[in-house]
Design a protein around this ligand. Structure first.
Ligand code: GRF
Length: 201
């Protein structure tokens, strides 16, 4: 069974969506660990409540290299095959990414390459786009640039606030993230240049 790890820093609703899909058998994998760099992350408490292995690895006052080394060691200790970033608010070093080639997924709340970085929903509102959405992508050595696995489009409505738009995007995140994890776990993702080609079931 494929072993997956979830890395998060906060609420963890995407983690929960993945966990539900694992529990229901949609994703043929096992969540072997949930790691947070913030002790107070809601997602970490939720992982514990679900009886999963949950670890806190502090990132405070540390170099990226030192944190990433401990993180990689924790993942290797659990023999992790795939890593899912789910609201993980740290940039991973190229050295870390190279240890899990084409095996790290991230979810971003915009249609990349539009609005990378933080505050993607605010950026979309301020720019005035009529549609935005979310993207699941493979993580490469730079931020929010890796090959796109799945995207979902979400309309921006005239009366939207950051909160209402974020909530509409989040609903779609919870659909496409488990679907993308399933594709990766089932070995149905092939990369051609920058393009992800998905093999049909
Ligand atoms: C999501 O909007 C995700 O796209 C972004 O961080 C947020 C995490 O939310 N990367 P949650 O912790 O999964 O609820």
């Amino acid at each position: 069974m494929t072993k997956i790890a979830i890395l998060l820093s906060g609420r963890g609703s995407n983690f929960e969506a993945i966990a539900r899909s694992v529990a229901s058998g949609l994703i043929p994998a096992e969540i072997v660990t949930v790691i947070s760099n913030r002790e107070e992350a809601g997602g970490l408490a939720r992982a514990r409540a679900l009886g999963l292995n949950a670890q806190f690895v502090t990132s405070k006052n540390r170099t990226r290299e030192s944190f990433d080394r401990e993180l990689a060691a924790a993942l290797k200790g659990c023999r992790v095959d795939c890593v899912c970033l789910a609201g993980f608010m740290r940039v991973l070093s190229p050295e870390f990414v190279r240890q899990f080639p084409a095996k790290i997924l991230n979810i971003h709340p915009s249609l990349l390459p539009a609005f990378p970085g933080t505050d993607a929903q605010r950026q979309a509102l301020e720019y005035g786009v009529k549609f935005t959405g979310c993207t699941v992508h493979l993580v490469d050595e730079t931020v929010d640039t890796g090959p796109v696995v799945l995207q979902a489009v979400v309309p921006v409505l005239d009366g939207d606030s950051i909160e209402s738009l974020s909530a509409r995007i989040l609903e779609q995140e919870h659909k496409i993230y488990p679907e993308a994890v399933k594709l990766l776990v089932e070995g149905r993702i092939r990369i051609e240049g920058r393009r992800v080609i998905v093999r049909a079931e």
